[in-house]
Design a protein around this ligand. Structure first.
Ligand code: ADP
Ligand code: MG
Ligand code: MG
Length: 201
């Protein structure tokens, strides 16, 4: 079973990964965007870390909805509302239970990713975070071992964005010139799912 502490540890691991990889995320965004993805997420996850200490939410659902709200209010870029929606919708789907099963989390994350796709209008192959998140939630099953498979699927999904032409977000303004670069948001999504696998393992 996964309790509120597990979800706080997931967000802390995600914050650490974002800090570690911030320069790389910003570098990827400088090729096909506006060179702020790393700093956007650093600001957002620092705020998430701070609010967790201040408010100490006591259920998995409350942890994720609070984190999502914080990302929406602190990240200026497109990724803030999108990741904020992912966490809020996932948290809402977990309800008020004090502990949830891996299968509940898998279903909740599927609802979260569907909400991201609806908000941003991106489909698989549009060279966005959806290209990492979709394969990740498909790989999730009813065991924590499946989190590792999801992390690998997200990483493969991020790598697979390189030959794609962007159809959503800033990178789409580049048209064919977006081809040949890895999408920054798909890359950060792979970090978030890898962080989940890390705390589950
Ligand atoms: P901004 O583009 O506003 O500067 P960021 O640089 O923080 O925001 O985030 C860019 C990432 O957001 C992209 O690499 C892409 O993965 C994701 N993204 C942008 N628009 C969309 C969308 N409509 N749907 C899904 N993901 C998107
Ligand atoms: Mg950007
Ligand atoms: Mg920006």
């Amino acid at each position: 079973m996964l309790d509120a502490d597990f979800f706080r540890r997931w967000l802390a691991a995600a914050a650490a990964a974002v800090n570690r990889e911030a320069d790389r995320l910003t570098e990827l965004d400088s090729a096909i965007g506006d060179a702020d993805h790393g700093s956007n997420l650093q600001r957002g996850f620092a705020a998430v870390t701070a609010v967790m200490e201040k408010e100490a939410p006591q259920t998995p659902g409350a942890v994720l909805t609070l984190a999502g709200r914080q990302l929406i209010s602190t990240v200026g870029g497109a990724s803030g509302p999108l990741y904020g929606t992912l966490l809020r919708r996932t948290g809402k789907a977990l309800g008020d239970d004090a502990e949830v099963t891996p299968a509940q989390l898998a279903d909740a994350l599927r609802a979260g990713v569907a909400a991201v796709a609806q908000l941003g209008g991106a489909k698989a192959g549009d060279k966005t975070m959806i290209d990492a998140l979709d394969p990740a939630v498909e790989a999730l099953g009813d065991s924590t071992a499946s989190f590792t498979a999801a992390g690998e699927a997200a990483e493969q999904g991020a790598l697979a964005t390189v030959p794609m032409q962007a159809r959503k977000g800033r990178a789409s303004y580049l048209g064919e010139r977006s081809i040949g670069h890895q999408d920054p948001g798909a890359t950060s999504s792979a970090l978030l799912i890898a962080a989940l696998a890390e705390v589950a393992g």
